[in-house]
Design a protein around this ligand. Structure first.
Ligand SMILES: C[S@@+](CC[C@H](N)C(=O)[O-])C[C@H]1O[C@@H](n2cnc3c(N)ncnc32)[C@H](O)[C@@H]1O
Length: 292
């Protein structure tokens, strides 16, 4: 079989995310849509497609969804600790996704209807999934953590509806349902799942943990679960028999941890939602595929 052509990656220029298919129903803070060309290049450079891609800090899961949709690995395992985010994945992959889709397309967004859904307690899992998707669309920056405020004027002064695209959400959710046979979700601790799968030679790991270096990064405002033992994560990562790609803010503390474990690093340009160019640090056992 001939190898698909590899992309030339613009390491010093941010990737234009308009060129990447958006497959996640989430607009995820810290989402990695912009990294997709790198993830493709990483996996396509392998002589054989991996048995499984494990994404231990899944969030909106764009990496896993792309890998499943483009069959860059045979199976995908997503792991996420957050209850609300988990409810969405579980409803799409194991639950009543049709109910969720119907609810989304029939919902009329008004300040009252939004308030009534967002303040509802004692929800079923599917109701919680709907509540989470709505919150993700009407909160400023898609932030789901407590304390996040609602959008005010939104795009073009359209207020609460400015990010509510029911037909797009329906399309994305149904596309995910159609991949149920090769997508699995675990509601739990990503580090433990990495540990349990560390022996698998033909599993690969895409690791995008929450990070709050120097208090500069807004991780603690973006996610409910933002605290993580980074030393432990690096230690477990060093025991993986399979390949991995980790991504972090390019901070000295992170470079030191990578050096301590003998990992390769490469700083690349990224685009934040505010269009500032920052450096992101890719980490792996060997990153020669980035430099080709
Ligand atoms: C940087 S975000 C991941 C974004 C994701 N790559 C995307 O493109 O949408 C980190 C995620 O890790 C989750 N998280 C934090 N601690 C975790 C843990 N111990 N196990 C699993 N997930 C965790 C957070 O809730 C958050 O969703």
């Amino acid at each position: 079989m001939t190898q698909p052509a590899l992309f030339t990656l613009p390491r010093d220029k941010a990737i234009n995310i308009a060129t990447v298919p958006h497959r996640s129903p989430f607009r995820y803070p810290g989402g990695k849509t912009w990294l997709i060309p790198y993830i493709r290049t990483w996996l396509l450079a392998k002589p054989e497609s991996p048995d499984m891609l494990i994404e231990p800090f899944a969030g909106g899961g764009i990496a896993g969804l792309t890998v499943a949709a483009e069959r860059l690995a045979k199976h995908v395992l997503l792991v996420e600790l957050d209850d609300d985010v988990a409810a969405v994945w579980q409803t799409m992959l194991e639950g009543d996704a049709d109910w969720l889709v119907t609810k989304i397309v029939s919902f009329e967004v008004t300040p009252e209807s939004v308030r009534s859904i967002l303040t509802k307690t004692g929800c079923t899992r599917a109701e919680k999934a709907f509540q989470t998707i709505l919150k993700n669309r009407v909160n400023r920056g898609g932030i789901l953590a407590p304390g996040a405020g609602l959008v005010k004027n939104g795009e073009n002064g359209k207020g609460l509806t400015s990010r509510w695209y029911p037909e797009t959400l329906k399309k994305r959710i149904l596309a995910i349902v159609a991949m149920r046979d090769r997508l699995r979700f675990i509601h739990g601790d990503g580090i433990r799942v990495m540990e349990q799968n560390a022996h698998r030679k033909n599993a690969v790991f895409f690791v995008d943990p929450p990070y709050t270096a120097g208090g500069k990064n807004a991780g603690s405002r973006l996610y409910t679960h933002w605290q993580l033992d980074h030393e432990e994560l690096f230690r477990i990562t060093s025991t993986l028999a399979g390949d991995f790609l980790m991504t972090y803010e390019a901070a000295d503390e992170v470079r030191d941890l990578a050096a301590k474990h003998g990992f390769d690093t490469e700083a690349i340009a990224m685009k934040t939602t505010h269009h500032a160019h920052l450096n992101e640090l890719l980490i792996g056992p060997g990153l020669s595929w980035v430099r080709r």
